[in-house]
Write a protein that binds this ligand. Structure first.
Ligand SMILES: Nc1ncnc2c1ncn2[C@@H]1O[C@H](COP(=O)(O)OP(=O)(O)OP(=O)(O)O)[C@@H](O)[C@H]1O
Ligand SMILES: [Mg+2]
Length: 471
């Protein structure tokens, strides 16, 4: 899509020069010369520019008033002000109102081009996000949290209530794979904030300095390497939700800064002078016991109390094993569709195995197990041989599980991709049957062509002969 730039400029020479320049760069450009004309244009619902480059002092009004009036309804449009007489209060007001930048004339063309490019990138990111969020509220309806046990019902009920409540912060706790990410999406996309951004940050994924600039943003030149202004995630989440995953991993000094943001509802970019107003809802997730972290001094009690306006604990799968009867058919249907398979029968023995397992990875692990089974299925039965539920103390009472443990180990924690799994299976079988393709095909209940195809695809012969060479 070609980006539309609206230029509001009463100086004829500058306005026509800017229009000519940006038309030449391939943008659609509209140039208006007064407040009243711009006002009329912006009132039209069909007009949807990606960028507005506006003068501040127009003969019949002030550009900032236009932003104040229309900015809220144009969240995928960035505003840049270009002014000859701007003073500090104006620039502060512009940034408070969410302007992308505030520049003084004359601004070198190259610099303006660079700022416009990054403003358009930002506008387009917003646009993509809005398109996604349109169907996201259907994708994350309340019943996507599957389960009919009492605990699942309670969770769904709480999600319903919380999505209608204007909470400022919330803690989601629960073991890995219990659905904290899913619950966050359900909460956001069913709330009044659904049209605004849901911004996610995993606090364990970044080193401290990067985490700080990711969260709060920085001004150009704030530190070595900060070549241009960067809007932090808190600012990007303005109007929407900030999801802080693994909050227990956040360094203590950042915890203090985050607390200040929540209390003051303002942020200051690193190296910035101006405080920017923000309206965000924070969902913080943890699979640790934050109370223990408070006791050992690695989590601030004041931040915990501020965040835990409400705390929702997501139940483990072993607390709600009866929900397997809702989850398993749904998940199998999803993977049938993806893989073009038709698994529809689950033997009572398989059900027993599923019910006797203790699911340390919860629903995520269940999904991984079922994905593997569906992909490797050769009939409408869910293949028991690919369940490969790892032995653990809780199911040691179930000897038949150990009988079925295969000699191929495929981890279900996400550390191995599907291609690697298939390659591992075929290569192990080839070794076991001395590279006899017909035998491997027979054992895997497939055709020789398919085995040969996999050998080619994963270059298995080459690697096995290389191994032989080394020996
Ligand atoms: N109740 C549920 N119904 C349907 N799907 C679920 C449910 N709970 C979790 N899932 C699915 O299981 C997978 C893992 O869930 P999710 O990523 O939300 O877990 P998490 O608690 O955030 O885990 P982690 O702590 O490891 O980040 C996702 O694909 C999610 O959609
Ligand atoms: Mg998660």
């Amino acid at each position: 899509m070609i980006d539309t730039i609206l230029i509001i400029e009463d100086e004829k020479l500058l306005g026509s020069e800017l229009q000519r320049h940006y038309l030449k760069l391939g943008y659609e450009v509209i140039w208006l010369q007064s407040y009243a004309e711009a006002q009329r244009k912006l009132q039209s619902k069909k007009f949807d520019p990606s960028l507005i480059l506006s003068d501040l002092n127009l003969p019949d009004g002030n550009g900032l008033d236009l932003l104040e009036e229309h900015g809220k309804n144009m969240s995928s449009c960035e505003w840049i002000f270009l002014t000859g007489y701007g003073d500090v209060p104006d620039s502060v007001r512009a940034l408070r109102l969410g302007a992308f930048d505030f520049l003084t004339k004359p601004c070198p063309q190259e610099q303006l081009d660079m700022i416009i490019r990054s403003a358009l990138r930002s506008a387009n990111a917003q646009r993509r996000l809005q398109e996604k969020s349109k169907d996201a509220s259907q994708r994350y309806a309340f019943d996507t949290f599957i389960g009919s046990s009492n605990v699942a019902h309670q969770t769904q009920q709480l999600l319903r209530q919380l999505s209608q409540a204007p909470f400022s912060a919330l803690i989601l706790s629960g073991e890995t794979g219990t659905g904290k990410g899913l619950a966050t999406r359900i909460l956001h996309y069913n709330s009044t904030r659904a049209k605004e951004a849901l911004i996610e940050l995993n606090c364990s994924a970044l080193p401290k300095d990067l985490l700080e600039s990711e969260l709060f943003g920085h001004e150009a030149g704030a530190f070595t390497g900060a070549t241009s202004r960067h809007r932090g995630l808190v600012e990007q989440a303005n109007g929407g939700t900030l999801f802080l995953d693994e909050i227990g991993e956040m360094p203590l000094d950042l915890q203090a800064k985050l607390l200040k943001v929540i209390e003051d509802r303002k942020i200051r970019r690193i190296g910035g002078e101006t405080e920017i107003q923000v309206d965000i809802q924070i969902i913080a997730a943890t699979n640790r016991n934050l109370q223990d972290d408070i006791n050992n001094g690695s989590f601030r009690a004041d931040l915990y109390h501020r965040l835990s306006v409400f705390e929702l604990r997501l139940p483990t799968l072993r607390e709600r094993l009866e929900d397997l009867h809702d989850l398993v058919p749904e998940i199998i249907a999803e993977f049938n569709l993806k893989a073009g398979k038709n698994v529809s029968k689950i033997s009572s023995h398989v059900w027993t195995m599923l019910e006797q397992y203790n699911w340390p990875g919860n629903v995520r692990e269940l999904r991984n197990v079922l994905e593997r089974c569906v992909i490797l299925s050769t009939s409408s039965d869910l293949p028991e041989q690919w369940l490969q539920l790892q032995a653990n103390p809780e199911n040691s009472c179930c000897p038949e599980l150990k009988h079925n443990a295969s000699d191929i180990y495929l981890p279900t924690d996400g550390s191995m991709g599907l291609d690697d799994m298939i390659s591992e299976i075929v290569s192990t079988m080839l070794k076991k049957y001395d590279n006899n393709v017909s035998e491997v095909a027979r054992v895997l209940k497939t055709t020789r062509e398919k085995v040969r195809y996999r050998i080619e695809k994963y270059q298995l012969r080459k690697s096995s002969s290389q191994q032989e060479d080394h020996q």
